[in-house]
Design a protein around this ligand. Structure first.
Ligand SMILES: [Zn+2]
Length: 329
């Protein structure tokens, strides 16, 4: 299936169905249904009796095999699950051995006489070796082979890979459509959660994460050294990735800088009043310096295990934003 807000993208693809590339790159914000869209495209490419809009019929042998995850001409490539050690703190990777399997798959002839499709999700999780191996296949694609790459962060892909793909942006739904969808899933909290997720409606909100995030925000409204350090320890105990914390903090800092310019918050609208009040006491230069620091750390969000120390460092710097101001005034 594809989500209704992506229907126009499908229409666009269907209109140009005859000029198909051998490699697609579907990209866009997390949480908008890219994977489902990619799967739909794969099924359509393999379908033996597609509809007038090139949609998969859901009835033919190929569609049956596809829906049972046993289509011999389809290969799904996802990162290896990390086990135990590090948990969600480690970036799961698509490694070169996996891409070598794709190479073998690509050179077999199709079992059902049609196309062969490999779906790589998310493509930015390929390490450099894997990406280079894939590039070799993309440079000389075997006959009838189609690659579908899906990416949340297109900037992290090799330019040489991107240039060999037809790039299709999958768009975030209009606010009303996103809210209607989120309300079906999350009820009363939908608006608040949707704002936090940047308007992308397909998020999985884990209750313990929500609670930990709310605790952080309550502290950021009234920062106190000991409480901040305690928080760093608590967060560390949950074994969450630094990336998760950076995401929460970066969104808060952005809302704070908006409040300083008398603008409405994007990610934490329920904290609008508090943001307005505290933003007047914040040192603007230090705030921007911290935003910069958080942005620079983002690429390492899943590469460091020293999460507690990083949190302490960031939270102390956050505290400084207020103290400097108070000293000056
Ligand atoms: Zn079919």
């Amino acid at each position: 299936m594809i989500y209704p807000w992506l229907e126009p993208v499908w229409q666009q693809i269907a209109r140009h169905w005859q000029q198909q590339p051998h490699a697609w790159l579907l990209y866009g914000h997390p949480g908008i249904g890219k994977r489902e869209f990619a799967e739909y495209l794969a099924q359509a490419l393999l379908c033996e009796s597609p509809g007038t809009n090139h949609q998969p019929c859901g009835e033919c042998t190929s569609c049956h095999l596809y829906s049972q995850h046993s289509h011999p001409d389809f290969l799904l490539v996802t990162p290896e699950e990390t086990d135990g050690e590090g948990g969600e703190r480690k970036q799961p990777l698509i490694k070169v051995e996996t891409i070598r399997n794709v190479l073998d798959f690509a050179h077999l002839s199709a079992h059902r006489g049609g196309k062969r499709v490999a779906l790589i999700y998310p493509a930015e999780n390929m390490n450099l070796q894997a990406a280079n191996a894939l590039l070799k296949i993309l440079e000389e694609p075997p006959q009838g082979m189609v690659f579908i790459l899906v990416s949340h962060q297109k900037d992290r892909l090799l330019p040489t890979i991107k240039s060999r793909c037809r790039q299709v942006v999958l768009t975030i739904p209009a606010p009303a459509q996103a809210l209607a969808y989120a309300q079906q899933q999350h009820g009363d909290n939908a608006a608040e959660l949707l704002a936090f997720h940047g308007g992308a409606p397909l998020f999985n909100e884990n209750d313990s994460h929500t609670q930990l995030r709310n605790e952080l925000i309550a502290l950021l409204v009234k920062p106190r050294l000991i409480a901040l350090l305690d928080y760093a320890a608590t967060f560390d105990k949950h074994k969450l990735a630094l990336a998760t914390f950076l995401d929460w903090l970066a969104k808060w800092l952005l809302d704070l800088s908006l409040a300083q310019q008398n603008m409405q918050p994007i990610y934490y609208p329920v904290w609008s009043k508090a943001l307005n009040e505290i933003s007047r006491q914040a040192d603007t230069l230090l705030l921007f310096a911290l935003i910069d620091k958080v942005n620079k750390l983002a690429p390492y969000g899943k590469h460091t295990l020293n999460v507690k120390m990083q949190l302490e460092d960031l939270l102390i710097e956050y505290l400084n934003i207020w103290q400097q101001k108070n000293i000056k005034s």
